[in-house]
Design a protein around this ligand. Structure first.
Ligand code: IPE
Ligand code: IPE
Ligand code: MG
Length: 280
């Protein structure tokens, strides 16, 4: 199914309004939380919440793709989540397998490039294979870059990067003086993703839970009180609208930011005049 053809006119209209509000986050990261509580409140087993959560994943991925978001990273399973009861962990792995099998054709048909970050070799072999196949199949796609964080934790990735840098120093490939932020980031699993601009967490919890610790240095945080299974496209629109009204200062003052914006708009005006002149 082509996501752009199947879109309702009213939805398209809301998306266009958002697009006119300002510069979209290049990279949105989501902590999909609250599946268990959603289910328990409905007297259902926790796994039913995870299942319904997949419907939210479908809708959010589709909406982000339609909006032209470049990078979407979903925290689906943390390293700490391995400590959960075995039945829940195996249920989650089965759902992941099912999701990958069922969705890959549609994701591919809509230009999505799928990748995974995390301790992938700790996942079941069948999931590893599905991930590998999906990555290979979608690697040249030009649409949304969808990254699944699976058996991921920020500290694990940071420590792993330090180990690899140590090894490269020992091999003589780099020297300690070469280490700077860019070099360090190039050793992270997220090396081909830009820093996160907006992190959304559902279920009202206000913590990072070990997600993208390095990459969120200046990312904006948005907390939704909805549980993940009930978080759908209107909720991501609300998060975007909120983000687009914020001022990102990166340590500078409001006045500096306003001046920089002014300069950019003057530059682009001059560029347009110059281009028109060149054409005539
Ligand atoms: C998020 O929902 C999904 C995963 C962590 C895999 P939870 O399973 O954490 O649900 P709650 O937070 O216990 O309600
Ligand atoms: C964070 O949720 C991990 C994922 C959403 C995959 P958790 O439910 O594991 O986080 P805590 O334990 O409440 O911090
Ligand atoms: Mg949770």
């Amino acid at each position: 199914m082509n996501w752009n053809d199947s879109q309702q006119a009213s939805d398209k209209e809301i998306q266009l309004e958002l697009m006119e509000m300002g510069k979209f986050p290049r990279h949105i990261a989501i902590i999909m939380d609250g599946n268990g509580r959603w289910a328990v409140e409905k007297n259902m087993p926790r796994i039913a919440g995870h299942k319904e959560g997949i419907e939210s994943v479908r809708d959010i991925v589709k909406a982000c793709s339609q909006l032209g978001v470049q990078y979407l990273t979903l925290y689906a399973f943390s390293i700490e989540n391995w400590k959960r009861p075995m039945s829940e962990v195996s249920g989650l792995m089965k759902l992941l397998e099912h999701y990958l099998r069922q969705e890959i054709d549609e994701l591919n048909a809509n230009g999505v490039r799928l990748r995974a970050i995390g301790k992938i070799n700790s996942l079941p072999k069948v999931v590893q294979k599905l991930l590998k196949d999906s990555e290979v199949r979608t690697k040249d796609n030009q649409g949304l870059n969808l990254t699944l964080a699976l058996s991921y934790s920020g500290r694990w990735d940071l420590v792993r990067a330090v180990q690899m840098i140590g090894l490269d120093i020992r091999r003589g490939k780099i020297s300690p003086e070469d280490i700077n932020e860019d070099l360090f980031a190039s050793y992270l699993q997220t090396h081909d993703l830009p820093d996160a601009d907006l992190m959304v967490r559902t279920s009202g919890e206000m913590r990072l839970s070990n997600f993208l610790l390095w990459e969120m240095a200046y990312g904006e945080i948005y907390i939704s009180n909805k549980y993940w299974p009930e978080f759908r496209r209107d909720d991501i629109y609300a998060a975007l609208s909120n983000y687009l009204q914020r001022e990102r200062r990166y340590g500078k003052t409001s006045l500096q930011i306003a001046n920089e914006k002014q300069n950019v708009s003057e530059e682009s005006y001059l560029q347009r005049v110059f281009n028109a002149f060149k054409k005539s």
